[in-house]
Design a protein around this ligand. Structure first.
Ligand SMILES: Cc1ncc(COP(=O)(O)O)c(C=O)c1O
Length: 404
């Protein structure tokens, strides 16, 4: 993989910040966009913009074809069975809320239990908490060990006849852990329990395959996979979507409306009320094609090398502790520096042109588990380099010296 060549595709990476070249290491929060994605969106608004599914005129047909074409691309990218299983939403958060508000409301009863884990993003905690409050149901939490690995045995013990759903993160955004989700799914399915996977951090790093995973719901966000913000995908097995009530009412999700009764549109349109983010969908299509062209094997191999390099370098610094040392990890390194608040470290690194995230990363229970108020987090994509890691390490050394 020619990283220098790939970097040419990302105009933003050429920028300087405080006179230093930008070293963007906050990819778990959002990824940068290749020129192909930016150009697709410009082309859409310059030559194709029209509302979809409604117009009988040329532009509307072009726009509709482009939009529905991406549904096919997404289906192929994640190896779903049918385009009926691909629902465009605003992002992972909206997708999880959709499942909670429809499937959840219809199926969770007082006394039922929903299993999540200790390393969930707030987006995969709060919708279930709200549902449990409404339904008088209970959340059960899979604990993890000191390396940030979920305890499969504890999970197995939590499953019982009250368990009605398992909602689990595939790759942790704050620890980098890649969970053995197939084991978790198998165990749930042996007990007839459906599984939702939060795939927000998976798509940028690893190949996902709905047939292999066999999860029942899967979510991802466009902006974390080199696509635009405000667009994401809910995949759900058709049999589930057929049973689920609509999420929002309005245009395009209906077949006919009478004041007495409304009948709903077929899948997937039943879940896409109102004018959608057409440009976002089209940009997402280009982003997925871009990633597929680089190839997940190449991405995984390169990022593994980068993670290994960064882990060795950062862990060799005395007074730095890495939080999240799972055997299977994506290219995310969370760390603390003795006697330095992460926000101070982040501010000093910013002056060196280094963009990392500091805080709780929307995973406050993870911070509680490791008894830290916050961490600094460097999260790498395939366009990052060993030189950028060297700059990060030099920056951390500077921080340590300043606070010594
Ligand atoms: C693991 C995980 N789940 C969910 C989300 C929420 O994604 P979005 O804000 O795009 O809805 C994120 C974003 O940081 C994430 O990392």
């Amino acid at each position: 993989m020619d990283v220098e060549r790939i970097r040419e595709d990302f105009p933003i990476l050429k920028q300087t910040v405080y006179g230093k070249t930008l070293k963007y290491l906050d990819n778990a929060a959002t990824t940068q966009k290749p020129k192909a994605v930016i150009d697709t969106i410009t082309k859409y608004y310059t030559t194709q913009n029209a509302n979809i599914h409604r117009g009988v005129y040329h532009l509307s047909e072009v726009s509709t074809q482009a939009y529905e074409g991406v549904r096919v691309d997404v289906k192929n990218h994640i190896n779903a069975n049918s385009t009926k299983e691909i629902i465009f939403v605003r992002g992972t958060t909206e997708g999880i809320n959709l499942v909670a508000a429809t499937y959840g409301r219809q199926n969770i009863k007082p006394g039922d239990e929903i299993i999540i884990s200790e390393m969930e993003h707030h987006s995969n905690i709060v919708p279930w908490q709200l549902l449990c409050e409404e339904k008088d149901a209970k959340l059960r939490i899979i604990p993890m060990n000191d390396d940030g690995e979920l305890l499969v045995d504890e999970y197995a013990k939590q499953i019982n006849e009250k368990t009605k759903l398992v909602a689990l993160v595939y790759i942790s955004n704050s620890l980098g852990t890649i969970n053995p989700v197939t084991d978790f799914i198998r165990l749930a399915h042996e007990n007839n329990i459906p599984v939702l996977l939060d795939g927000a951090q998976a798509l940028p790093h690893i190949k996902v395959d709905m047939q292999e995973l066999d999860c029942d719901f899967f979510l991802f966000s466009g902006h974390k996979v080199f696509g635009p913000t405000g667009i994401g995908v809910l995949y759900a097995k058709e049999s589930f979507l057929e049973q689920m009530n609509p999420y929002q009412g309005g245009g395009d999700m209906i077949r006919s409306v009478k004041f007495e009764k409304t009948t709903y549109n077929d899948l997937p349109h039943k879940f896409e009320a109102g004018t959608p983010n057409i440009a976002g969908v089209i940009g997402l299509g280009t982003a997925l094609k871009y990633v597929a062209k680089i190839g997940y094997e190449n991405i995984e191999k390169y990022e593994k090398e980068l993670l290994c390099y960064a882990t060795n370098a950062i862990s060799s610094l005395t007074s730095v502790k890495i939080i999240g040392t799972a055997k299977k990890k994506a290219s995310v390194i969370s760390f603390t520096i003795d006697n330095v608040h992460p926000h101070d470290a982040g501010t000093i690194l910013d002056r060196e042109g280094i963009a990392i995230r500091t805080g709780h990363h929307c995973t406050q229970p993870v911070m509680d588990r490791f008894k830290v108020p916050a961490t600094s987090r460097a999260s790498m994509a395939f366009y990052n380099t060993k030189e950028e890691i060297d700059a990060l390490v030099a920056g951390i050394e500077k921080v340590i010296k300043l606070f010594a």
